[in-house]
Design a protein around this ligand. Structure first.
Ligand code: NAD
Ligand code: IPM
Ligand code: MN
Length: 365
């Protein structure tokens, strides 16, 4: 952040990348720029980084040399999606997104899940209040450690290993972060999700560390849940849940399901955070490239817009983020929805409605 005058200024790396990424990041930037111009409490600039599959096809790599240092020169990053139909997913994902999350130690992946007014949850176990959960995903190790290999290639006895890594430091820092997040919410309720019945090493260490860390948070009520049973609880007893913490892979799956239960994968945001603030954090919708709707102009931009709001919150602009989300909610409430939420609007229509609501609601004249 640069503060020349009284108005703080933020420099953001924009990485739209693949598929619907450019469509939804374009929408998020439009909305944030309109917010900044209307409120005049901060200024913001986005620098476009052309990383993604086109870059890979031209240069043989998804991100250039020195990419992490480049990112470190920004206050934060706003990311679209990566993955293309003609490149194996493990190449694209490890080439871009996973080449940033782990190396920058963005160890907390924060995924709020909410049902907006005017939208419906498919759950019949829930009333019009819908869902309001906070998912905390370990984002630097576990099943995504990248450890393993293949031997006896192409032999009938070919072997592949995929080793999950769980470290005391890695578990403790995410657990502490999750307890803090739960403590900051009105219900002060945390569910620690593992699979410590079958996975008798790493998951047992998770349980032990949860118990240790819980002693520093006597005002947080917490319980433990096996991940399979957690899926049942999310459907049959959704109001018993508030904040959830779990491993990289478990929360990847749980957060997609949670988004669908709240209304649509198209609205879900995520923050890849370095809570120590040594590195800039990266904000992105939970969804992927969505090949089936790429270029059709129908992608729901709210996942990206909400991610941008979370970015503003992380940068210290909580009040502005709140105002932006109020406009998002009002637009949903007015029935201006994309198809995934049962509406008829396209990406541009929803974006325009949010921009107009921001101007009308917060404009000076
Ligand atoms: P996906 O999230 O791209 O799509 C799943 C379904 O949800 C599709 O039917 C899609 O149309 C729909 N959907 C997703 N976002 C939407 C939006 N904003 N509005 C309306 N509908 C939306 O998941 P997938 O099909 O498993 O993955 C496609 C590609 O994206 C793969 O290459 C995958 O590896 C990659 N991926 C990337 C990220 C990321 O960059 N963060 C996340 C998930 C998947
Ligand atoms: C997500 C995505 C990524 C993940 C993929 C694209 C590597 O599904 O952000 O949820 O599994 O973390
Ligand atoms: Mn995912």
């Amino acid at each position: 952040m640069i503060t020349k005058s009284a108005t703080p200024h933020y420099r953001i790396a924009s990485i739209p990348a693949d598929g619907i990424g450019p469509e939804v990041i374009d929408a998020a930037i439009q909305v944030v720029e309109a917010l900044a111009k209307t409120l005049q409490t901060f200024t913001i600039e986005f620098e476009h980084l052309p990383w993604g599959t086109a870059h890979y096809k031209e240069h043989g790599r998804y991100i250039p040399e020195g990419a992490l240092d480049k990112l470190r020169s920004f206050d934060a990053g706003l990311f679209g999606a990566v993955g293309a139909p003609d490149v194996p997913d493990h190449i694209s994902l490890w080439g871009l997104l996973l080449a940033i999350r782990g190396p920058l130690q963005l160890y907390a992946n924060v995924r709020p899940v909410r049902t907006f007014p005017g939208t419906k949850t498919p759950l019949t176990t829930i009333d019009s209040r819908g869902i309001d959960w906070l998912i905390i995903r370990e984002n630097s190790e576990g099943e995504y450690a990248g450890q393993g290999g293949r031997s006896h290639i192409a032999q009938p006895w070919e072997i592949a290993t995929e080793v999950a890594i769980f470290t005391r430091v890695g578990i403790e820092r995410i657990m502490r972060f999750a307890f803090e997040q739960a403590q900051s919410r009105p219900r002060k309720l945390l569910t620690v999700v593992t699979k410590s019945n079958s996975m008798r090493n790493g998951m047992v260490l998770w349980d032990e560390i949860a118990l240790e860390v819980s002693k520093d948070f006597p005002d947080v009520t917490w319980d433990k849940m096996l991940v399979d049973a957690m899926t049942v609880r999310m459907i049959s007893n959704p109001y018993s849940i508030d904040t959830i913490v779990g491993t990289n892979l478990h929360m990847d799956i749980i957060s997609d399901m949670a988004a669908a239960l709240a209304g649509s994968i198209g609205i879900a945001p995520s923050s890849n955070i370095d809570p120590t603030r040594k590195n800039p954090s990266l904000f992105e919708p939970v969804h992927g490239s969505a090949f089936d709707i790429t270029g059709k102009g129908v992608a729901n931009p709210i996942g990206a817009i909400w991610s941008a709001a979370e970015m503003l919150r992380w940068l210290g602009r909580g009040e502005e983020a709140g105002k932006l989300m109020e406009s998002v909610e009002k637009v949903c409430e007015a029935g201006i929805l994309t198809r995934d939420l049962g509406g008829k609007e396209d990406t541009k229509g929803v974006t325009k409605a949010i921009v107009e609501d921001v101007r009308r609601r917060y404009g000076k004249e």
